[in-house]
Write a protein that binds this ligand. Sequence first.
Ligand code: 3H9
Length: 703
Amino acid sequence: MYSLIHYSRDNELALIGLHQAPVNALGHALRRELAEACRQAAADPAVKALVLHGQDLPFSAGADIGEFGSDFTWAEPSLPALLEQLESLDKPVVAAIAGVALGGGLELAMACGYRVAEASAQLGLPEILLGLIPGAGGTQRLPRLVGAEQALQLILSGQRLGAGKAHELGLVDRLADNRDDLLERACAFARELLADAAPARPAWPHAEPAAGLDDHYFDAYAARQVSRWHGQVAPQLALAAVQSAGQLPLAAGLALEQELFQQALASAQSAALRHLFFAEREALKIPGVTRDTALRPIGKVAVIGAGTMGGGIAMNFVNAGIPVVLLELKREALDRGLAQIRKNYEISVQRGKLDEVQLQQRMALFCTTLDYADLADADLVIEAVFENLEIKQQVFRTLDEVCKPGAILASNTSTLDVDRIAAVTRRPQDVIGLHFFSPANVMRLLEIVRGAATAPDALATTLQLARKIGKIPVVSGVCFGFIGNRMLEPYAREAHRLVLEGASPAQVDRVLTNLGLAMGVFAMYDLAGIDVGYLVRESRRAAIAHDPSYCKLADALYERGRYGQKSGSGFYRYAGRERLEDGEVIALAEQLAGTLGIQRRVISDQEIHDRCLFMLINEGIQLLDEGIALRSADIDLVWVNGYGFPAWRGGPLYYAEQLGLQRVLSGIRNYRETLGVYGETWLRPAPLLERLVAAGHQRIERC
Ligand code: 3H9
């Protein structure tokens, strides 16, 4: 009778096991069967209590995100209606939570009168990360369980709680030691409730969720967050919904929540965030790599270079419990690197994210060496030495000598040709690029560069490892700068040129941050170091020599020792951490423009937006055409997670689809014509963009 539910009886208990692989997403078919199972249990006089659990699966990851936008979302029983049905049963219902109870999954658990979770379960309402608000009672029932203040924090952060913390807050009634005894513990709890003649639902611990909060609490909260929310609708809707829990009876609060949820679901921002959710999962699917591809065991990692980058990379593995050997050429460099790592962990301890014992455990996983011979037993070696081909090739020659067969040899290059690095070894199949972003222990993006000879199992192993250390991996082919930095080049080039033509660095940055980017181009260059950008340009002077205006202002700043934040001045001046506009930079731009024969003029914000963004998009489309990126959504992931592109705009290529490909193409063509030689040199529409527009495609895909 059921295909997604395991229904069984244990004396006076009905056991209802949800079984919709892989994560019990509450799609229409599962909802229908669950409603039927609840009706069956309600109608059976022998059943006195119900236990809901995930049958050999996590409890539930919430509503089926793939259903949103289709008729199935609200097909009866809708999730809110199903939960109201559950809540109105006159028999106690115990939710037994294993794995995850997220979003609608936690809402399902909260509609039950009682909850038991196994110790490693994770609970949360992550809807906000999808541009949504909880829409099946979460904004009403959570405040009644844990209080409005706590509920607001959980709903607005989307943060997951461990079962222990959930228990402390009163979200969970009982804890089971592990998955194996969860169901037994939940059944024992249900029997206890029956023996005690407990009510089907206990009274809400916070019947007045906002009691004790200042009258202006919610307004003041919103005022504090408004700049951080940056025009995003979901946080404002979530706040209004939680606020209503303190003002309205449950039924009215649920009705209001429904309205607000619908608004969030219909928003372009939620569509963009849902696009990224699926993009993240799709990015793991790589041609030539299947579920059956055998993985290489990774028990020990070596990192060459203990500077900021090497140290940050090493921390990722240690955080996941994998021992790391750090190699440097000099003892002092090793000591300095290790001291910095300890300092980073100490900051985490101060912030309460780590305790002293964990700090000691992590430090104990590091060992250091000055001798390459000590890398012989490493399963993965990542070099993070100076960005220079000859130096990296030399490191790889040595690795080829000392490393065991089958070890994966990775370069953390951000621009160089991985195939030329692989070519100096006798095992190019084991060589791969792992491009971490700085700070490497914080940034989630990991570009995995697949060389021409990289073996599928080496690729599969690094993909899986990336997930294990909490990164978002995106596979790129080999080219200068891979996906991210190659796209940065035309985007930053336009920004630099616009300043010569009459914009100020602050105006350019403002246009970009108004769009939602975490940082403008010039603030970013000042942070990364103008000397660093200069060295990258030095490595490819031949390719840019034909344009004397190319990043000329940055070169001039470099010559004046204005290296950015670290030297107190760059495109801006710095007073401590405060960024100030600098008239000297404008004067320098005017002088350079005069020398180069560039007519300065008033530059509109629209032109800044179009030239920077359209060239960024254009390069992304070109990368797709060349096969460097496998899909346009991979490009979106790179720019959202590595370059501060606003997630709620879905990434640059998704943004282009919303703008309309025709608009992007005609913008590029227009500037190509109006910018003279410069336009002809650089503003060339990608052939794929032209083909897509000619064929009337709205989506960016190979054609
Ligand atoms: C919501 O609940 C709204 C309600 O408040 C109101 C409604 C009216 N739906 O991540 P993984 C798929 S909004 C559909 O690789 P992991 C995923 O696409 C929802 N599919 O595994 C993937 O498919 P494939 C709020 C889902 O072990 C497969 O499951 N909930 C859903 O690394 C495995 O996923 C959330 O935001 C879903 N809800 O992580 C939770 N969840 O194999 C979202 C997963 O074809 N989910 N899939 O690529 C997660 O955070 C993680 O998936 C989870 C597992 C932690 C559960």
